[in-house]
Design a protein around this ligand. Structure first.
Ligand SMILES: NC(=O)c1ccc[n+]([C@@H]2O[C@H](COP(=O)([O-])OP(=O)(O)OC[C@H]3O[C@@H](n4cnc5c(N)ncnc54)[C@H](OP(=O)(O)O)[C@@H]3O)[C@@H](O)[C@H]2O)c1
Length: 377
């Protein structure tokens, strides 16, 4: 079975790669030609995460690296190379994408929509009708902030919180249209926010919570509070529009990759099979504000509406309109179809403030209680 994987050097892709290598002898990695040394980065990830030495030693023989640019026609490959790839593919895992929540729509479309189009073209160009495993996101549900989101739902009626969500929605809509036309099997995997408790490491890709960490540090700097210490009297207050009883779903990235690969064990129906890959317990929004307080010497308060007298610290959060609306979310994701395949939740990973903090700081405790604002990045 010939399996191709895009995005293998990414936060999720590296874990998918490791899970896929547990089941398959060889993989073709459609890596990003603009970023150097894909194999080296994969190797260093495996080393940093304690993979068996044998797996690391065998890696060069078990993976074939094909540098591509998914935003270009035929992935930027010469026609003969593209056709040779297409002729050999039995399954394509598509995990490449841009997860920039503050990105502009044109750039996000180039990677997320055109990149998906390129994967679909590859699937259609060969004779083997490969199964496509398309990594989407639970956030294609867009700006709908409450209620239950079902796995079969896909509509843009509620609009989107940011251009990332829109681009991922458009990519998923493209996949549906393609599957109808080509009568080909597609599996859509929709993880929620992917998190880790693995401390930051120069060889590991950044993850979404690190963006929040940076946002808090940048806001403190922008407001002239960089030198603030936790022991100083009168910590600055950051009022954030959010729901006190709101919640978000956060899924440990390793558990997500394991679940996705197990979902792929099931024979696809031949249509589009969509699965929510989510944790069975949500994280309260107030845990996110508590995390902010542990990341920087400030007091985070959830308020119902934007105050009239915003402080410099609060105003600096306006630079991140793609992220802050999530504090208002309290929707749930139904994962009945995924559970039907996977059985009851097996993940015992508890995602709480300590878990999230571990993924942001070299070691616990985060840093000496009197460290300056923003802490080490
Ligand atoms: N992270 C999350 O919380 C989350 C949640 C839900 C869904 N998802 C989805 O999961 C997928 C993977 O996300 P991630 O967190 O792993 O993202 P990531 O860490 O940013 O990785 C993105 C991957 O895409 C590759 N890539 C980017 N542009 C490319 C291009 N033009 N051509 C070829 N490859 C390109 C990158 O290669 P280089 O790094 O080598 O340049 C990298 O391997 C995405 O589709 C995302 O929408 C992520």
């Amino acid at each position: 079975m010939n399996i191709a994987l895009t995005g293998a050097t990414g936060f999720l892709g590296l874990r998918l790669l490791r899970c896929l290598l547990e089941r398959h002898g060889a993989l073709t990695l459609l890596t990003h030609s603009a970023s150097a040394d894909a194999l080296g980065r994969v190797t260093r990830f495996l080393e940093a995460t304690g993979a068996p030495e044998r797996l690391i030693a065998e890696l060069p023989a078990r993976v074939r690296v094909v540098p591509t640019d998914l935003s270009r026609p035929r992935m930027g490959l010469p026609t003969a190379r593209f056709e040779e790839l297409a002729d050999a593919c039995d399954a394509i895992w598509h995990s490449a994408g841009s997860i920039n929540l503050e990105g502009d729509l044109a750039s996000l479309r180039r990677v997320n929509v055109e990149g998906t189009r390129a994967v679909l073209e590859l699937a259609a160009a060969g004779p083997r009708r490969p199964v496509i495993y398309h990594v989407s996101t639970a956030f294609v549900a867009g700006a709908r902030r409450e209620g239950v989101v079902y796995e079969d739902e896909l509509d843009d009626a509620h609009g989107f919180e940011n251009s990332y969500e829109r681009s991922k929605y458009e990519a998923e809509a493209l996949v549906h249209a393609w599957a109808r036309t080509h009568r080909s099997p597609v599996v859509v995997l929709r993880p929620s926010i992917l998190v880790t408790d693995l401390p930051p490491h120069p060889e590991l890709p950044r993850h979404p919570l690190q963006v929040m960490d940076q946002l808090v540090g940048d806001a403190m700097h922008a407001a002239g509070l960089a030198g603030k210490r936790r022991s100083d009297p009168g910590l600055p207050v950051m009022r954030l529009v959010g729901r006190r009883y709101g919640h978000l779903n956060m899924m440990p990235v390793e558990d997500a990759a394991t679940a996705m690969v197990r979902l792929a064990d099931r024979e696809p129906s031949g249509r589009v099979d969509t699965y929510h890959v989510v944790h069975d317990h949500d994280v309260p929004v107030c845990a996110v504000t508590e995390l902010m307080e542990r990341l920087a010497p400030l007091r985070a308060r959830l308020v119902d509406r934007r105050p009239d007298d915003v402080s410099a610290l609060e105003a600096s959060m306006d630079f991140y309109p793609g992220i802050t609306p999530y504090l208002r979310h309290h929707r749930r994701y139904d994962d009945t179809r995924a559970r039907t395949v996977l059985g009851p939740p097996r993940s015992v990973t508890r995602v709480d403030v300590d878990y999230l903090l571990s993924g942001l700081r070299p070691a616990r405790p985060a840093w000496p209680t009197d460290a300056p604002a923003g802490g080490p990045h």
